[in-house]
Design a protein around this ligand. Structure first.
Ligand code: CDP
Length: 250
């Protein structure tokens, strides 16, 4: 442990290139995706990703509230990302703060680029993301959960949207930052990919890195997104193959 003022700074990388939680530089945290755990929503998904726990629920296409947001030629996509008061170390003040508003907006925009909104004019597709436990990367976990929830709700989309943060920690480019790496690392760069087209639909960066590092970070993130994509598809397959025995019996 080193120290900066009163704050203890953990050693983020061992001489062998092993991270604080035992991962290699390009290794994801353990990820579990469950499709359809909630029965009152049109679609839902639960994501446990490292120490993050995130639930997403989708309603729609349904009537637009508030009404003046209605668009005659397409559905609107509304997203509400919320962190539970008990999701972080220091109790988070409940309600919409600027960070939650920003995350809700960028997630809605990411989905607007894949949802076939023209098929449902004058309606709203509502995405709710509840972060129950946070440990960095919650906007990406939220995107992954919401994406599976949208598919579970049967919303027509060009593709799922896997997401992951890449960054720079102790001088190295790393995949999927945890909280210590997010707090004490040099850069944090969440991104979301549409795998079939190769398009990025969310890209944000805090901190600093060179253009060459940025290029490596993007490559690492794209690879990570493909691994996450496979888990998302597997979760949906599990959900719908679970219904099959009844069909066979009938
Ligand atoms: O979660 P994400 O990395 O997408 O967003 P961030 O703004 O970079 O936040 C990083 C982490 O800081 C969160 O995942 C939480 O663990 C933590 N955080 C917190 O402890 N209290 C807040 N009010 C906001 C974030």
């Amino acid at each position: 442990m080193g120290s900066v003022g009163a704050k203890e700074v953990p050693v983020l990388l061992s001489p062998e290139g092993i991270r604080v939680d035992g991962r290699r530089l390009d290794e994801l945290r353990p990820l579990r995706v469950v499709a359809g755990p909630l029965h009152r929503a049109d679609g839902s998904a639960f994501v446990e990703w490292g120490a993050n726990k995130v639930m997403a629920a989708v309603y729609g296409p349904r009537e637009v509230h508030p009404r003046h947001l209605q668009q005659n030629n397409k559905a609107i996509v509304q997203c509400k990302y919320n962190m539970a008061a008990f999701s972080v170390d220091e109790r988070k003040r409940p309600g919409l703060d600027r960070r939650s508003q920003e995350i809700s907006k960028v997630i809605a925009e990411a989905f607007e680029s894949v949802i076939f909104a023209e098929e449902y004019p004058r309606t709203s597709i509502d995405v709710y993301i509840e972060v129950l436990q946070a440990n960095a990367g919650t906007r990406c976990a939220g995107l992954v959960a919401a994406s599976v929830a949208l598919a579970d709700a049967g919303i027509p989309m060009a593709d799922l949207v896997p997401a992951v943060a890449v960054g720079k920690v102790a001088g190295e480019i790393v995949l999927d930052l945890n909280k210590a790496e997010d707090n004490f690392g040099e850069a944090d760069l969440p991104m979301a990919l549409v795998p079939q087209s190769g398009r990025l639909v969310l890209l944000q960066m805090e901190g600093h890195m060179t253009r060459e590092e940025l290029s490596r970070a993007l490559d690492m993130g794209v690879k990570g997104c493909h691994v996450i994509y496979d888990k998302m598809k597997a979760a949906l397959r599990d959900r719908y193959s679970a219904a099959r025995p009844t069909e066979v019996a009938a």
